[in-house]
Design a protein around this ligand. Sequence first.
Ligand code: NAD
Ligand code: MG
Length: 298
Amino acid sequence: MSKDQYTVADPTKLYGDIDAPKQEQPEPGLDAKLQPRADHGENTYRGTGRLKGRKALITGADSGIGAAVAIAFAREGADVVLSYLPDEEPDARRIAGLIEDAGRIAVTAPGDLRDDSYCRELVAKAVDELGGIDIVVNNGGKQVFNEDLTTLSDEQFDDTFKTNVYAMFWITKAALPHLKPGATIINTTSIQAYSPSEILVDYAATKATINAFTKGLAKQLAPKGIRVNAVAPGPIWTPLQVTEGQPQEKIAEFGENTPLGRAGQPAELAPAYVFLASAESSYVVGETLNVNGGMPTP
Ligand code: NAD
Ligand code: MG
């Protein structure tokens, strides 16, 4: 860990080896029980007013990448609505507290992204309580590995698409009437969109879909002054990985096959989202920003 995100360090040594023991949690998993805990930039992210007065809605904001984005957005001056599952209340409370410590408003909005009415209510709540929306981050996601398509249940296939793809559609559709020129939408895709793993066939398919959705919608909305982009993380240490995101035997070496030789931390993702959310990326549209430790992408 370095002093802040501007302090130069050797990226191969930053965070060292996470050396995670075997561990399993039921979905959706809690950061509070992750060993070791993930770094969301709690002690390091330094804001410089890049999102002053903006209003953001972030799904999966209680833990992992979404939590790091929520902290960074607040420290850059944004108010934040946090979406997460009711079981994740302890993680969400902690992140909401950090947003308030930054002097910003945190609105907690638990619910299930597989439910279209929750997705619409989430947007309505954001508009109600923050007085509008300027930034939508579709980040909540489900990843459960499966080694054999014949045992991949219809229910899992459906849940993965509902959570990763349908919720993005429902939320974006409901938010659009509220988005003004200068607003931004950022979707979390994955390296899996380009290099699908044989045990993540359903998940990888949703991430390729998110990429195509992002690029097509970006062209549709650019003339209206609304920018749509995506971030594609590589292996990042989050609760998703220990809730059957990976087989247990892969947890210890998670991320070691990247050119940097290590897994990333959620804190290392936040600056990419801040860049795409802020006015400094004004000419960046339909882009997928890869933050993956060096794995080549198209
Ligand atoms: P995470 O477990 O911390 O975050 C995922 C969040 O999704 C959960 O906290 C939960 O709030 C939310 N979620 C899941 N199912 C939900 C449902 N039915 N209703 C409401 N919320 C639900 O893990 P993360 O790794 O930070 O995941 C964030 C995003 O990053 C996901 O889209 C994931 O696919 C993507 N991603 C992660 C990695 C990685 O290696 N961790 C790599 C590439 C992409
Ligand atoms: Mg969580």
